[in-house]
Ligand binder design. Sequence first.
Ligand code: 2U9
Length: 341
Amino acid sequence: MKEQLEKLRSEALKALAAADMPAALDALRVRYLGKKGELTAILKQMGGLSAEERPVIGQLANSVRAEIEEKIAEYSQKLGEKALEAKLLAESVDVTLPGAEFPHGSRHPMSIVLDEVKDIFIGMGFTIAEGPEIELAEYNFTRLNTPEGHPARDRQDTFYLSEDDSVLLRTQTSPVQVRVMEKQKPPIRIISPGRVYRKDEVDATHSPMFHQIEGLVVDKGITMADLKGTLNALVRRLYGPDAKTRFRPHHFPFTEPSCEVDVQCFECKGEGCRVCKGEGWIELLGAGMVHPKVLEWCGIDTDVYSGFAFGVGLERITMRRFGISDMRLFFENDVRFLNQF
Ligand code: 2U9
């Protein structure tokens, strides 16, 4: 039995040393030390030993078991460390390696310009007002001095949502300002950006849904000079300190007097070219002093208060900013276009 035990020890230690994974170690534990293991099998022969031999063999068997168990513990520790190392290595991130490129998208060109315009007006003490896109004709037209029968209310220009034409998709964001004037007493300084809807064919410069930014100032002693000063500040911030403006008389039902504001053509500096169709000037926006009726209908005393308002098409100034000739690009979501911004 002594030889058997020696042989078992050396075999077991050799096999254990060759084990390359915890599972192999367990299998060897069972094979050598298990209930049906080889050591157990040898010890079953203890009965055949003499009384002197039994303690010797017993003691040897125990040392063999202890040595095998000790080796199993040592090797499973080592294998555990090796497995952890391999795991850490496999999971280690070489931070010097360039990161995985996540397509993070980009700001929509109109959002870029809208945020810029918002910053400019917030910088001048304005707040942002928003309101419903589905509006009452009362607010979209009547309260803006555009009475029933006025051509601007024609069905072919406006998306009416009710048989009696009392509900519609707003054609401008002005009803937002009317709603503000109803609730808030002057001084009022707001801009109201948002979607507006007009029955229009879709082409390079027209869409049935587009975006406007309108503005309104109501306070004591507001004059055309405040309107011109404010809009000139906007144009200089948008197009640079040497951008020139031209104010041309115009007519809107909700402002009196009214004007359209042109900016000098950047391309030809006023000489006339393809960009400005030989005009030398490019129409930018419309504006005017708020019509007294519009103020009075909101309970504002026009002996004390006056106001100016303006409206600009967001697609228009964004196309100008980025030299885009077709507004459909804004809505077609072609990533080749959008990724340029
Ligand atoms: C109130 C009173 C008056 C808003 C104004 C314009 C002139 C204007 C156009 C710009 C481009 C429409 O999208 S567009 O074609 N708008 O020219 N808008 S004055 O006047 C108001 C607004 C609110 C209470």
